[in-house]
Design a protein around this ligand. Structure first.
Ligand SMILES: Nc1ncnc2c1ncn2[C@@H]1O[C@H](COP(=O)(O)OP(=O)(O)OP(=O)(O)O)[C@@H](O)[C@H]1O
Length: 330
């Protein structure tokens, strides 16, 4: 399972295989791979410094890998023709926006580069830019700049758009506007590759997820594939516990001590019962240990089940794992 094939074919919009990239002696990408299918949302996840932005830069043709094969819409992006560039939109991390222009001036200026640009007024209205369109970029908040950078990336009506942390710095309402818009772009047939640190965002947007760690692709799959419960005894399966009485400090300590790498959280509960989440359980053996401790202390247990795994569980599991390739790779 660890030598996982890249789920790509000749119709893939992006295929990057065995990508290596070094700066001086520092290895930044170490055989990473990635693909994106037309009309889908692919999410690249990984801890800080994993190499996500670097891999995106290489996929966009901004950087040249030391080795590896990269094809974006059928071409090597580093030697991209003007025709290829006009089919691709890029939203860089931190925006890279000129500080002295107003939002309006920037959008109209960039729109002027394209023969058939997107409708600036429509983009501004859709992303809530109207209210700050006359403000110079240096005076915009981080979230306002993010939405402006997203609009600028879409002005050329690209087929493929790269979004590096599009929701960074956005408040929940702006984030929802951006999420909904990204889903609309996908419904209109755009291919979207984005990075994020928000696992809930990946969960709700992604058709396919790649997880990068220390310059390597360590897991990939649909959210359903990555969070499948039956991954064997090593996978984290958080346990939900519902009791009639609060757990005493003794029982809490015993539970935590009996299960290495576990944490016990009090879960919000609307009823008069008590609900707890034991993070980090690893399957049936741990279940038996928990049952034994509860029985020894006469704790009346109403419910006791593994809650469905989330991308967050997968992320932490991969982050904890040693070695070069994850058993989670499909
Ligand atoms: N030009 C460079 N020179 C030296 N080190 C670099 C260079 N570019 C990137 N790095 C290093 O490579 C590693 C990967 O950086 P990258 O920005 O690709 O990670 P990331 O996964 O996008 O991180 P984050 O989630 O924090 O944005 C980091 O340790 C970074 O400091």
């Amino acid at each position: 399972m660890s030598t996982s094939p890249l789920p790509a074919n000749s119709s893939s919009a992006l295929i990057a295989t065995d990508v290596h990239y070094r700066v001086k002696d520092k290895v930044i990408l170490d055989g990473a791979f990635l693909a994106a299918e037309p009309g889908s949302i692919t999410v690249l996840l990984g801890p800080n410094g994993a190499g996500k932005t670097t891999l995106l830069s290489i996929a966009q043709g901004l950087e040249r890998p030391n080795s590896g094969d990269v094809k974006l819409l059928g071409e090597n992006p580093y030697r991209a023709s003007a025709a290829l560039r006009s089919r691709v939109g890029v939203m860089l991390q931190d925006g890279g926006l000129p500080p002295s222009l107003t939002a309006d001036r920037l959008l109209h200026h960039v729109a002027g580069f394209f023969q058939e640009p997107a409708d600036v007024a429509e983009l501004k209205a859709r992303l809530g830019i109207d209210e700050y369109a006359k403000t110079t970029i240096r005076n915009l908040s981080g979230g306002q700049k993010q939405r402006l950078a997203l609009a600028a990336a879409l002005l050329g009506k690209p087929e493929f758009v790269f979004l590096d942390e599009p929701s960074a710095g956005l408040d929940p309402q702006s984030r929802q506007i951006v999420f909904d818009f990204i889903l609309e772009l996908k419904a209109a047939g755009m291919t979207i590759l984005l990075t994020t640190h928000l696992l809930s965002e990946a969960d709700s947007l992604a058709d396919y997820v790649y997880l990068l760690k220390q310059g390597k692709t360590v897991a990939h799959g649909t959210v359903a594939e990555l969070t499948r419960q039956d991954r064997g005894t090593d996978s984290i399966q958080p346990l939900l516990l519902c009791t009639t009485e609060p757990l005493s400090p003794t029982v809490r300590n015993e539970l935590i001590n009996a299960l290495p790498a576990s944490e016990l959280h009090d879960e919000p509960n609307g009823s008069s019962n008590y609900k707890y989440l034991l993070d980090g359980c690893r399957g049936a053996a741990d279940l038996a240990v928990v049952a034994k401790i509860l029985a020894a202390h006469d704790v009346t247990t109403l419910d006791f089940h593994f809650r469905p795994r989330t991308l967050e569980d997968v992320f932490f599991e991969v982050a904890q794992q040693q070695g070069s390739e994850s058993e989670l790779a499909q």
